[in-house]
Write a new protein. Sequence first.
Lengths: 154, 501
Amino acid sequence: MRRTDASVGIGLALLALAVLWTARAFPDVPGQKLGAALLPMIVGAGLLLCALGLIVRSLRGKAYVDEAPRAAAGSEHFGSALVIVGAVLAYLLLSERLGFLLIAPLCLLAVFRALRVGWRPAIGWAIGGTLLVHLAFYKLLRVPLPWGVITPMY
Amino acid sequence: MDAVATAFGLVFQPYVLMVIVLSAIYGLFVGAIPGLTATMATALLVPVTFFMPPVPAVAAIVTATAMAIFSGDIPSALLRMPGTPASAAYTDEAYLLTKKGQAETALGAGLVFSVLGGIFGVLVLIVAAPALAEVALKFSSFEYFWLVMLGFTCAIFIAGRDPLKGMVSLLLGLLISVVGLENPAGAPRYTFGNAELMGGIPLIPLMIGMFAVSEILRYAVVVAKPVMAVDRPFGNVFSGMWTLLKKYPLQLVRGSALGTAVGALPGAGADIAAWMSYAMSKRFSKEPHKFGTGHVEGIVESGAANNAALGGAWIPALVFGIPGDSITAIAIGVLYLKDMNPGPTLFVNNPQNIYAVFIVFILAQLLMLPFGWGVIKVAKQVLRIPAALLMPLILLFCIVGSFAINNSLFGVVVMLAAGIAGFFMERWGFPVAPTILGVVLGTMLEEQFFSSLIKADGNFLVFFERPIAGTLGAVCLLIWLWPLARRLHAGSVRQRPRGGI
C-alpha cells in the first residue's frame, strides 16, 4: 500500500498542478475580483497539499492499512475485468453501426465466458438477456436503442 | 389537510402501488445477493424511474432502498457476507448465531428491528423535516455554505477511516463538478471543446459507474466461494421476537435514535450508523463479553440503527438538498430530474408531494414485515443463484440505463470511466462516497461560497456572524482541528519524560 500511496500521490500532484495552471485562464465575473477560477484554484491547491501529504506519509513509513486484505481472497483474475472493459468499449464503438441486437449478445457472451459461465448457459442467457433488455427499454420505455444493420422490426 | 388528502390520492393508485410492490421485491432481491449493494440497487433503478411521474419514481427509490438495507442482513447470517455494507457491522455476530443453530433469531431480529428502527426514522423525518424547512426558509448563503462544509466534514472525518484519502476523494468529486458551463462566470471549464461536456458530467451515469460497474469489475477480479451455514428448513422467524423486544427496549430506542441522528447528519449514512450503534451497544451492554460470540443484542441495536438512518438521511436531502448518504445523493439526482428540486420551498409549493413521500416511507416499512418474511423463506434459493449469471446482465442494464438518461453514448463513456475509477479508488483505499458528495454538492458549494465571499467583502468574520451559520461553522472547525489538537496533546505527553532527563 505504501508504494501505491506514493505513486498515487505523485499522479495527484501532477493533476493538481495541471488544474492550477489551467484555472488561471478562467475569467472573473464582471465587476468582481472573483470568478470561474475560484473553485478550481481551491481544489487544485487542496489536491496538491493532499498529494504531498500522501507522499510524505508513505516516505515516513506510515500508511493506511486496508482492513480487509485482498490477498486473503486468493488469486485475482485481472483478465476478466479487462474483458468487461473491452466489452463496454466494443459496445461504444460498434453499437451504432451493428445495432443493439447484434452487439449486445456478443458483449454479454464475452462477459459470461470471462466469469467462467459454461458455453450453453452463456449463449442462452446472452440471447435471452438481450431480448429482455430490448423489450424493456426499446418497447416499454421507448429508449431509441440503435437498430444498425438490422431493419427495424417494430 | 387538503395536501394530505391529495397525497393519499397520489399514493393509493394501482400504478403507484404496483411500483411499490415491484420495487420492494427488487430491493429485497438485490440486497440479499452479496456483491449487489443497496446503493447499487438505487443507482440501477434510476434509469427506470426516469420514465415515471415524480411520486412513483421517488416511491420506487424509497421502497427499494429500505428493503435492500434489511435484506442485506440475510447473507450476513447465512453466508457471513454482508449483502450490503450497512450490514457489515454485525455480520460476524449474525453468522455466529446461525452457527449456534439460531438462524431464525438472527434473521427475525434483523427483520423486526429493521422495521421498528425504520418506522422511528420515518416518524422523526415526518416531524423534523417540515419544522426544519420553516427555519431553512430564512437561511442565507452563509448557512448553506457551512451546511455543505459540514456534509463534507462528516463524510471525511466521521464516516471515513483515513481523512487524508477521504479528502482526496472529495476534491476529485469537486473537480468533476467543475466541468461545464454552470459557474458564476458562465465560462466553459474543462470542456475541451466538447459540446457534451458543456452541460457538465452527467450525474446518473457517473453513479451507475461508481456503484455498479466498479462492483462488477471487483466481482470479476476476486472470486470468493460462499459457504451456506444452514442446511435445514427455517422455523418461524417471528418466534421469540416479543421476548427480545421486552428484553432490549432501551437498545431499540438507542439504536433508532443514534441511527436517525447519524443519518440526518449530512454526509454520513446507514453504514456508519450501524458501526457506531454496534460499538455503542457493546459499550453500554450488561454482557459485553458475549459480543462477538453470537449475541443478539448488537443485532437488535445496529439493525434498528441502519434502517432508522434511511429516514434520517432524507431530512437534509429534502430540506436543504444536501444528501445524508450515497443513496440520498442518488435520490436527490432523481428529485432534480423530476422537477421536485429539494429545498425548503418544496415544502411550501408542493407539500402534497412531500406528504406522498412520507406515506410511501411508512408503507415501505409496513410491507417489509410480510415481504421480509417471504424472502427469508426463499433465502436459500435466492442465495444459490450464481452471481456470475447476474453480473453480465447487470452490466448490460448499466450500459442501456446510462445511455437512456440523455439518449447519448456519452453517458456510457462516463459510466465506464467512473466504473474504472471507482474500482481503483476502492482498491487503493480511497472511499467513493465523498466523491459522489463532492459531485452532487460542488455547484451548490461554489454558488453559496461565491455569494458569501461577495457579501463578506474581505471580512471573513461575517461567515460566523449569523447564529446558525456561526454554530455550524464552529462545529466544522472543531471537527477539523480535533485530530490536530489530539496529536499536539499526544506529542506533549510523549515529550514530557524526555524533557525530564
